[in-house]
Write a protein that binds this ligand. Structure first.
Ligand SMILES: [Zn+2]
Length: 325
């Protein structure tokens, strides 16, 4: 009989990775969707996959999320910000005076993207709720310095990997980690070099475009979840570790509001398009008041939801050096 001595080597990190790979997804996504959560105190190398729905201008989908809903700390998609419908969580936030409650439960804007985790041997596409600050840092760096044109980092054949460095936060902090830096790989590369796997990855994201994998719960369900009346769903067992710190700064919001009143149409459009990233098509038919509402809602959000990560400052010389220009 063969002598077998078992020496378990499993670490806490192994367990966490397995848990992430377990195939569970959050209740705001269809069940067949895997999640990407950056590992903490680590350098995470990911590849953003291209969008696979019509009229996509960017690799991700803007979505609004409520974290920490109810006793289960559930994550739900905001019905108001995403669909313009009544949202029980937003209503609770409006009624509540406790700043902590408001901070935790106000809707947060995220960029939902598909990514490959380079440490995942199977290279399965995973959904990643990217913080807007990470998104902005990527966009700021993904520029061809010679032409000023954006680098298409999500190009499946000659895009760029992204390196996310995270750092854990002290015990007891609401946020589990922060992003220390976000950088682009120096070299362009394909998503993978195995043609079969390449096709498998692309097939998956074509068959499951992001707009079709998000799941909206109805008002009653979310309300019950919020006030602890809902029974726990199987697909809500995993609590996502990635919940970014939020900073609500009421005084800044007030300043934004007051300034807007004195602005004309041209200035308002400039803000909406230049600073908030709306398309000219989206804003050109709005009235001045409509523009103000749009800006207020989005300015409010960017104030409220930015987690102020320690994102690396973008230095043009660094980028040039990086790419040998
Ligand atoms: Zn809401």
């Amino acid at each position: 009989m063969a002598k077998f001595v078992y020496k378990p080597k499993r670490t806490k990190e192994d367990v966490e990775r397995e848990m992430q790979n377990s195939g569970f997804s959050e209740s705001y996504l269809k069940e067949n969707i895997l999640l990407f959560s950056p590992k903490v105190d680590a350098s995470n190398r990911i590849r953003i996959l291209p969008p696979t729905w019509d009229d996509a201008r960017i690799y991700g989908l803007n979505i609004w999320v409520h974290y920490k809903v109810g006793a289960d700390n559930a994550t739900v998609l905001c019905l108001k910000k995403n669909l313009g419908k009544p949202c029980p969580v937003c209503e609770a936030v409006a009624k509540e005076n406790d700043p902590e409650f408001k901070k935790n439960l106000s809707p947060k804007r995220k960029i939902l993207t598909y990514v490959l985790d380079r440490q995942d041997e199977k290279l399965q596409p995973r959904a990643y709720l990217m913080p807007t600050t990470v998104h902005q840092s990527i966009l700021a760096q993904a520029v061809d310095e010679d032409t000023g044109e954006p680098l298409i980092i999500e190009d499946p054949d000659k895009g760029y990997d992204i390196i996310l460095v995270t750092a854990g936060t002290p015990e007891g902090t609401v946020v589990k980690f922060t992003y220390k830096s976000v950088s682009l790989s120096r070299r362009e590369s394909p998503i993978c070099t195995d043609p079969d796997l390449y096709d498998k990855i692309i097939d998956f994201i074509v068959e499951n475009p992001l707009p079709q994998i998000i799941v909206f719960k109805d008002y009653d369900y979310i309300e019950a979840l919020l006030y602890g009346k809902a029974t726990k769903h199987e697909d809500e067992v995993i609590n996502k570790v990635e919940e970014e710190e939020t900073q609500t700064n009421t005084s800044d919001e007030e300043v934004v509001r007051d300034e807007l009143v004195s602005m004309g149409r041209k200035e308002l459009i400039e803000i909406a398009v230049g600073q908030l990233g709306f398309g000219m098509k989206e804003v050109k038919n709005l009235s001045e008041e409509g523009l103000r509402t749009l800006i207020r809602e989005n300015a409010e959000i960017s104030e409220a939801e930015e987690e102020k990560p320690k994102v690396k400052k973008v230095n043009v010389d660094d980028i040039r050096k990086k790419w040998g220009r």
